[in-house]
Design a protein around this ligand. Structure first.
Ligand code: HEM
Length: 501
């Protein structure tokens, strides 16, 4: 326990842990935290305890960062000390076959290698290489939305999956039931279902459970873990072998994996090849759900705020006109579209608790002692940052204008905190930004999103609900997706797209 640990320390005299709610014996604050939406509890605590809070759940010590100011001071400015992941995550991930994940890897040489591979493909000046793919897929999204508008959620998922499969593996997914996507998604579904907080808390507190034989009564988690390991091996291997064969045949187009393999120039390097394979699999998991969820938040925001859509339509019409679709060159002239993207990221960050960081060494900040991370999880609550009324007045309102100056130009606030901090900041943020822009500008140019009407012509009202988990997205909601132009059909859309490419 940190408290006991602290009393034994000689190098932090006079410094106390950050303030926090009083813990119960053994349970700590487990009963105080909203299990499904823990970010709501942490955000609420900030009004009593401030921006830096100490809490404990069973034997897990947690330091909660509730403001961007403190997150930047610790995770950015002292990043040498705050860039590893909680060691307690490692055995659990390994148990379920996900020990390879770049996202949860400790801060070590292997993580640096993964990060370098991502950086080569997705850094700010390399990410634009993927723009043609992102725009082509966004145009396909328009075709899908016109054909079956009621399936808009599935179409957003297809867009997100197809972009990441192309830029990671130069792989074109089939319109439905793609065999490689099925392998990857089967592994991810099982992992997300089984690595639940209550399972990981028990397995972390009682690690001997991981060694129980599969036949042991009640040890179904062990069978699930074995299955998860099998699925994870296939997830990592199958798309990689597919692109490797095409690189060998000389037919692979540029992508993160094909470019990295080509750099090996036929040399056998097991370490690098494994890193390419494992980082790309991690990147798929990190990219697919987050991008799709953010687009679902955007659609929800449009349904609930028709005046925002009207202003966006007017801006696109004034700059782009009606005869073609928005393209990258238009972006600087469409500040309101960018303001919508920033506000979408801020309004409901899809990774509300961030991904936990941990300290390499003891530290003191603002008079508080932050112990080194053997049993410590540092959570930067992105949701609390996005709801800070001092920075974002009336934070629950969706107001893209907050990102525009009085003369209509974009401010310096890019909502970048929604992509995390320091050396662990999201490596895919430039790619994500471009995917969001291509999809959102294209959708706004062609479609209107609105509440459906009942038989009496009244709008169907609803209360948005949110999924629980590491990432969150709106639960299914009623939405009409209708072309803005009354005479739009498949042929006219195809013409519009061909005039725009
Ligand atoms: C809207 C979309 C996205 C959001 C909101 C998002 C958000 C995040 C956040 C909050 C983190 C944790 C940062 C931290 O620990 O401080 C993260 C990490 C990461 N993201 Fe993203 N992400 C998105 C898209 C992507 C894409 C498109 C890719 C890949 C192309 C990607 C790859 C990763 C990876 C590999 C990490 C782990 C970095 C590390 O631990 O070193 N993400 N992301």
């Amino acid at each position: 326990m940190v408290a006991r640990f602290l009393t034994n320390r000689s190098n932090a005299p006079g410094f106390s842990l950050p303030p926090g709610p009083p813990p119960l014996p053994f349970l700590g604050n487990a009963r105080d935290i909203n299990v499904n939406y823990p970010w709501l509890t942490y955000t609420e605590w900030s009004t009593t305890y401030g921006d830096l809070i100490y809490t404990r759940v069973f034997n897990q010590d947690i330091v909660v960062i509730n403001s961007e100011r403190v997150a930047r001071a610790l995770l950015d400015k002292r990043s040498h000390n705050y860039s590893t992941r909680p060691p307690s995550l490692v055995p659990i991930n390994q148990f379920f076959g996900l020990g390879f994940s770049s996202v949860f890897m400790p801060y070590n040489d292997l993580w640096r290698l993964h990060r370098r591979l991502f950086h080569q493909a997705f850094r700010a000046d390399a990410a634009p290489n993927f723009r043609p793919i992102q725009m082509r897929k966004s145009h396909q999204l328009l075709i899908n939305l016109l054909a079956t508008p009621q399936d808009f959620s599935a179409h957003l998922q297809t867009l997100s999956t197809s972009i990441i499969m192309s830029i990671m593996y130069d792989y074109e997914i089939a319109p439905c039931d793609d065999p490689l996507v099925a392998i990857v998604e089967r592994a991810l579904d099982l992992a997300v279902k089984e690595i639940r907080p209550e399972v990981t808390a028990v397995l972390t507190a009682l690690p001997f459970l991981q060694r129980l034989p599969t036949w042991f009564p009640g040890a179904t988690f062990k069978q699930k873990a074995l299955l998860s390991r099998k699925y994870a091996t296939e997830w990592v291997d199958a798309p990689f072998q597919d692109v490797k064969a095409r690189v060998a045949a000389g037919t692979a187009a540029p992508s993160m994996v094909s470019d990295a393999l080509r750099k090996l120039e036929g040399k056998e390097d097991f370490l690098i090849e494994t890193a390419i394979k494992e980082s790309s699999a991690s990147g798929y998991a990190a990219a697919s759900e987050t991008t799709c969820s953010t687009l679902a938040v955007f659609v929800l925001a449009m349904v609930l705020h028709p005046h925002v859509q009207e202003r966006a339509h007017a801006e696109i019409e004034a700059v782009v006109g009606l005869d073609r679709l928005p393209d990258w060159d238009d972006r600087p002239s469409l500040p309101y579209i960018d303001a919508i993207i920033r506000e979408t990221l801020r309004w409901h960050p899809v990774v509300p608790l961030g991904i936990p960081h941990a300290t390499v060494d003891d530290d003191v900040y603002d008079g508080y002692f932050i112990p080194k991370g053997a049993s410590l999880v540092l959570l930067s609550i992105l949701r609390a940052m996005s709801r800070n009324p001092d920075v974002y007045p009336n934070p629950s309102e969706f107001k893209p204008e907050r990102f525009l100056s009085a003369n209509g130009e974009l401010t310096d606030d890019t909502s970048s905190f929604t992509f995390g901090f320091g050396r662990r900041v999201c490596v895919g943020r430039h790619v994500a930004d471009a995917s969001l822009w291509a999809a959102i500008a294209s959708m706004l140019a062609v479609f209107m999103f609105s509440k459906p009407k009942d038989a009496e012509g009244r709008e169907v009202e609803f209360e948005p609900k949110w999924s629980a988990g590491v990432t969150t997205h709106p639960e299914p909601f009623p939405c009409d997706v209708v072309p803005r132009s009354t005479n739009m059909n498949a042929e006219k859309l195809a013409e519009l797209i061909s005039r725009s490419t």
